[in-house]
Design a protein around this ligand. Structure first.
Ligand SMILES: *Cc1c(COP(=O)(O)O)cnc(C)c1O
Length: 451
């Protein structure tokens, strides 16, 4: 047989999110107040987030029930399919079995609506009228705009200026869903004006856009802020991916030896990996977990595990994570979703505990892997997802050398239909491999706050 697809019924959509904090061998370091340097308490976060999400952020409960209204919306695209990549296996001539979970079937084309819908739901419940957020290439912005439209919430998106100008299609999608999209840095906020005063030609960064979105939310009672990755509650919402994959692999009669995900802020990686890692931590089967990041923004492999701000203007609390420093601006690689200076604290923590292996890959190799995958399986991966494809293919090729028939599972976190310029540039030979210099990293790290 050629294509094998494992489908679950709607009744098998998970009923609870999995919280890895319940099973960690060591607790997560506390989040610190930027002013006092002392651990923050949940009320410190109320200007930005609704109570239910703050509770989830600090919860140690293993299972957190998914509201029926959220599951109802999930039903539009969940459970997502799990495929056995038989044609890719054949193309690679590998004895490995390769499975991929495909999150590109959501309305926004990626895993991000899994958390956008949940966040919009809890904000609506709390009486919030408007959400602010940042977006790079536009995947998160379009997911939140979609979720906002479902719940009748206004959505204001600060979009990194270079993407605002170069990626009009995602912007058009956000506006179609009813969001207002502003190029960041903008004249609308203190943070934006301060950057523009110093660097009038700034093309923006995620860190700057976060500062703008946070500033606006903090000043208005009816406005809250939504983040598309990094935070514990965001990673939590994504665990529907791994839970479904567990059930689907059971249908297939397999269990992964290796799980691969790409990491920007860590949410899709955690989504697929944490349910399996939790099983391992509770004494079930062992599994090797690989996090693939771009060499141009090597947070896990070259960053420091330290307390840092989440944004450029230093409005956010201090979290302990792998970071390149909040002033770090990576080269303009096409995997826009992987260009954040920091990493989800939970992902940093499991890497620090030796429970996952980080790996950095150059973009040319990732695009080559994505093209190999597209030719075999027909799905064109998002540039971010190509990093996971690359990691999975490399593991399959190792199996070819060793003759081992390992089971490899990776997360195909989104399709690349809005990223065709990246593929045009790749095919035209216009993409370069960029690595940030040690001086650049050292300079950005020198600015880390001392706590
Ligand atoms: C946003 C995004 C990412 C990076 O974010 P994570 O939180 O690390 O998952 C990766 N892939 C796609 C398709 C995205 O939209």
């Amino acid at each position: 047989m050629d294509t094998v697809k494992y489908l679950l019924s709607e009744q098998q959509i998970p009923t609870a999110w999995y919280n890895i904090q319940a099973d960690l061998p060591a607790p997560l370091p506390p989040v610190l107040h930027p002013g006092t340097g002392k651990p923050i308490s949940p009320p410190d976060l109320t200007p930005l987030f609704p109570p239910a999400l703050i509770e989830q952020e600090v919860s140690l409960e293993r299972w957190i029930e998914i509201p029926e209204e959220v599951r109802d919306i999930y039903r539009q695209w969940r459970p997502t399919p799990l495929y056995r990549a038989r044609r890719l296996e054949k193309a690679l001539d590998t004895p490995a079995k390769i499975y991929y979970k495909y999150e590109g079937v959501s309305p926004a084309g990626s895993h991000k609506p899994n958390t956008a819908v949940a966040q919009a739901y809890y904000n609506k419940q709390a009486g919030v009228k408007r959400l602010t957020t940042e977006t790079g290439a536009g995947q998160w912005g379009s997911s939140l705009a979609f979720a906002g439209a479902l719940f009748g919430l206004e959505v204001l998106v600060y979009m990194v200026k270079v993407s605002y100008n170069q990626k009009p299609y995602r912007r058009a999608l956000m506006e179609t869903y009813g969001a207002r999209v502003v190029a960041s840095p903008s004249e609308e906020t203190h943070a934006g004006r301060a950057i523009l005063a110093e660097y009038p030609d700034s093309t923006g960064s995620l860190g700057i856009a976060i500062s703008e979105a946070v500033e606006v939310a903090a000043q208005d009672e009816e406005t809250k802020y939504a983040l598309g990755s990094v935070l514990n509650h965001v990673l939590l919402h994504q665990t529907v991916i791994g839970q479904e994959a567990l059930a689907q692999l059971e249908m297939a009669g397999d269990y992964p030896d290796i799980i691969v995900g790409c990491t920007g802020g860590g949410s899709n990686f955690a989504g697929i990996a944490f349910p399996f890692l939790g099983a391992k931590l509770r004494g079930d089967r062992d599994v090797e977990i690989i996090a693939v990041e771009p060499a141009a923004c090597p947070t896990l492999t070259r960053g420091r595990y330290a307390y840092d701000f989440g944004d450029t203007a230093h409005l956010t609390p201090l979290v302990k994570m792998h970071t390149l420093g909040s002033t770090f601006v990576p080269e303009g690689v096409h995997a826009g979703g992987l260009r954040y200076h920091g990493m989800g604290p939970l992902v940093s923590h499991v890497v620090e505990l030796g429970l996952a292996e980080p790996r950095a890959e150059y973009q040319l190799g990732c695009f080559a892997a994505g093209v190999t995958f597209a030719k075999a399986e027909g799905i064109l991966p998002a540039p971010e997802a190509n990093h996971a494809v690359k990691g999975a293919i490399d593991e399959a090729l190792k199996c070819k050398e060793s003759g081992e028939g390992k089971v490899i599972l990776f997360n195909l976190c989104g399709h690349g239909h809005f990223d065709m310029q990246a593929y045009i540039d790749y095919q035209a030979g216009m993409l370069k491999d960029t690595e940030c210099s040690s001086e650049e990293v050292a300079m950005a790290l020198a600015g880390l706050p001392s706590v």
